[in-house]
Write a protein that binds this ligand. Structure first.
Ligand code: GLA
Length: 383
């Protein structure tokens, strides 16, 4: 499927621009545990997957750049002076956002043409935006020998998201997409941006993503709001980020903040601890313990951080009531997208069979199931 996608994008580029492109594949990501901890300088446990964005890029012969979103059958022409965010620009803002942030970093970007397409389901919360940003920065770096390191590239991608997409995201998505390793998840310290790779032994179990196939509108504003609350509480606690605070520290200022903000900050502190506990569980091969931490994470995201939604809660409640699951939680920013589940391999078909009609009855739409293969991060494709 990945090869098919890559070939399609190469062909489309050649047909349109009549030259041989440089080609990059940039993956989406999952996150085992550690949600909304990245912008609190905390720990996350993501991995790159085998679904992502393929981009083909080449130099332009004139002063214009052309970007083609193959899947949408849309294209956009632009010049490279005064690149600013577009109103309702959608995918265009990710492309020009990366260009602008490379320029802000002091590098010159000559005119180029790019065609990209992907196989990450839209709105699934698998970070297609980080995959796109990384594919653009990585391919421009290769095309024009910009001499950027991967660490510099992910900061450029993140800034594009902040300034052009308007989401004040942490570094998890861009990091996992860029630095992912085959068959491994990365315990990432978002403060130092150093990661330890882990192979998880799932025994008779496996990871399964279940997509709610919903994405509720309020997600971006709600995300930025929560980040703001965390920064505000950190200031009151006199720490750099919530990663530096304990539940006892928070208790000391409980009277000074609202109950909602207290619960949100408490969630972040607890979730950060859960991510670290998950690593210990994995080292000790205690899958059940890992599963319980996933349920705990969902509970906090639902009831303390308030970023879940009825569809996600339904899927997690189903998991809790079904012995084929040992853990489940919503994944990513929230308000839709996928749950991540640890399920018994042999029960996969049964699970699908039982869950599909129930979900359909409750929400009048289908949920979708994805197997997960942990894969390498953004890379060049020889062709
Ligand atoms: C989104 C953001 C990430 C992270 C997650 C929540 O995916 O892009 O930086 O904050 O939400 O963990």
């Amino acid at each position: 499927m990945k090869n098919e996608l890559i070939n399609t994008i190469i062909q489309s580029f050649k047909n349109t621009f009549k030259t041989k492109p440089i080609v990059v594949f940039s993956p989406g990501r999952i996150n085992v545990i550690g949600e909304h901890t990245d912008y609190n300088d905390g720990f996350v446990f993501p991995a790159a997957i085998d679904k992502g964005i393929a981009a083909a890029i080449g130099k332009s012969e004139n002063d214009f750049c052309t970007a083609v979103a193959y899947d949408l059958n849309e294209s956009y022409e632009f010049t490279l002076d005064h690149v600013t965010p577009l109103k309702n620009g959608g995918w265009r803002n990710y492309v020009i956002g990366v260009v602008a942030e490379i320029q802000n970093y002091g590098k010159t970007v000559p005119p180029f043409n790019i065609v990209f397409g992907g196989n990450i389901p839209e709105g699934a919360g698998l970070s297609s935006s980080a995959a796109l940003e990384n594919s653009v920065v990585f391919s421009l770096n290769a095309l024009f020998d910009l001499d950027l390191t991967k660490s510099e590239m992910i900061l450029i991608s993140q800034k594009a998201e902040h300034h052009f997409a308007g989401v004040k995201c942490g570094i998890m998505d861009q990091y996992a997409s860029m630095f992912g390793k085959k068959n491994q998840a990365l315990l990432l310290d978002c403060r130092t941006q150093e990661a330890t790779p882990f192979t998880i032994n799932f025994k008779d179990y496996q990871l399964l993503l279940i997509n709610t196939n919903v994405k509720h509108d309020l997600s971006e504003a709600a995300y930025n709001d929560r980040r703001h609350v965390c920064e505000d509480v950190s200031k009151r606690l006199n720490v750099k980020a919530l990663r530096d605070a304990t539940a006892a520290d928070l208790q000391n200022i409980k009277g000074d903040i609202s109950e909602e903000d207290y619960q949100k900050a408490l969630f972040v502190i607890q979730e950060n601890n859960r991510a670290l506990e998950a690593v210990e569980a994995m080292k000790a091969n205690e899958l059940e313990h890992l599963g319980a931490l996933l349920y705990g994470s969902h509970d906090g995201l639902q009831n303390q951080y308030h970023v879940s939604c009825p569809e996600l809660d339904f899927l997690v409640d189903f998991a809790k009531s079904n012995p084929s699951f040992i853990g489940a939680r919503m994944m990513g920013g929230g308000f839709g997208g996928c749950t991540i589940n640890i399920v018994k391999q042999s029960d996969l078909e049964d699970i699908k069979h039982t869950l599909l009609p129930l979900y359909n009855k409750a929400f009048r739409k289908d949920c979708s199931f994805y197997d997960v293969n942990l894969s390498e991060g953004t890379h060049l494709i020889e062709h």
